[in-house]
Write a protein that binds this ligand. Structure first.
Ligand SMILES: Nc1nc2c(ncn2[C@@H]2O[C@H](COP(=O)(O)OP(=O)(O)OP(=O)(O)O)[C@@H](O)[C@H]2O)c(=O)[nH]1
Ligand SMILES: [Mg+2]
Length: 252
């Protein structure tokens, strides 16, 4: 399978899922590669949908795609809430009021999103990017372990070559748009910590793609483009020098 460049492909949110499935289908059709059975190219899907909801979603959305192309369990990370629920978590200052979450506008969110039901992430992040971003941080240990595991397997084929880390999603929702920059930063942290060599490449569809859906907000795409501001100013100008992984990932 030397024709395929060893790569890690990460999908975030519903659009990420679609792109991963279609890419797996193309790999199979073009190269006869069952993507889940090779270590040269690895897939990882991050979504807030609970595993049950995700299975239902696959059934509803993927009638034309056969099982071999579908994202399988080993490739899916469910970004779960804390045991007490996100809504209750956000009422405990000891949990949310810490420097790591200084970007989290709990004050605004509690004022405008008052229903407990909308804070339940298992159906998605309700197009709220801060919900998607928080879902990433709730599960950062799981995500980092999966990314490192997959990069280590790919490295056996890539040798010393830089491994592209593709990050696919949309700017139209909450899950993918909320965590895209953090996923890229985490890949860089893992590179430093575990001596991988990675290059991030992000591909995000704009909200116009979903303009036929009543819930889509074009303003989302515009404000989502401000996501790059999560990078420290120096990193935007020069090469990124991330902090040590253990300083970013909370102890269990
Ligand atoms: N009503 C409806 N809206 C859709 C559908 N597909 C996509 N959308 C809209 O497009 C947005 C972006 O889609 P995704 O890329 O799947 O969003 P996501 O990253 O999973 O984010 P969230 O679902 O908001 O957590 C969604 O939040 C929906 O508003 C659909 O089949 N029906
Ligand atoms: Mg979604």
């Amino acid at each position: 399978m030397a024709i395929i460049k060893p790569s890690l492909v990460i999908g975030v949110g519903g659009t990420g899922y679609w792109i991963l499935s279609l890419l797996k289908r193309q790999l199979y059709i073009n190269y006869g590669v069952k993507a889940s059975e090779t270590d040269e190219i690895k897939f990882l899907l991050l979504d807030t949908l609970s595993e049950g909801t995700f299975e239902e979603y696959k059934e509803k959305n993927d009638e034309s795609i056969i099982a071999e192309y579908q994202v399988n369990r080993g490739e899916y990370i469910h970004l779960s809430e804390p045991p007490e629920g996100f809504f209750n978590w956000a009422d405990d200052p000891e949990k949310y009021n810490i420097p790591r979450y200084r970007w989290f506008r709990r004050d605004i969110l509690k004022q405008y999103v008052q229903e407990d039901a909308r804070w339940k992430l298992r159906e998605g992040a309700a197009q709220i990017r801060q919900f998607g971003r928080m879902a990433f941080f709730f599960n950062i240990n799981k995500i980092a372990a999966a990314m490192n595991d997959k990069l280590s397997k790919i490295k056996k084929h890539a040798g010393n070559a830089t491994i592209p880390v593709w990050i696919f999603g949309s700017y139209a929702g909450g899950t993918g748009a909320g965590m895209m920059m953090d996923v890229a930063m985490l890949a860089k942290l893992i590179q430093e910590e575990y001596k991988h060599s990675v290059q991030n490449i992000g591909c995000f569809v704009l909200p116009e793609v979903y303009s036929d859906k009543l819930t889509t907000s074009i303003a989302q795409g515009y404000s989502g483009s401000g996501n790059c501001s999560v990078l420290p100013p120096k990193a935007r100008k020069k090469s990124i020098k991330p902090r040590k992984l253990e300083k970013t990932i909370p102890a269990k």
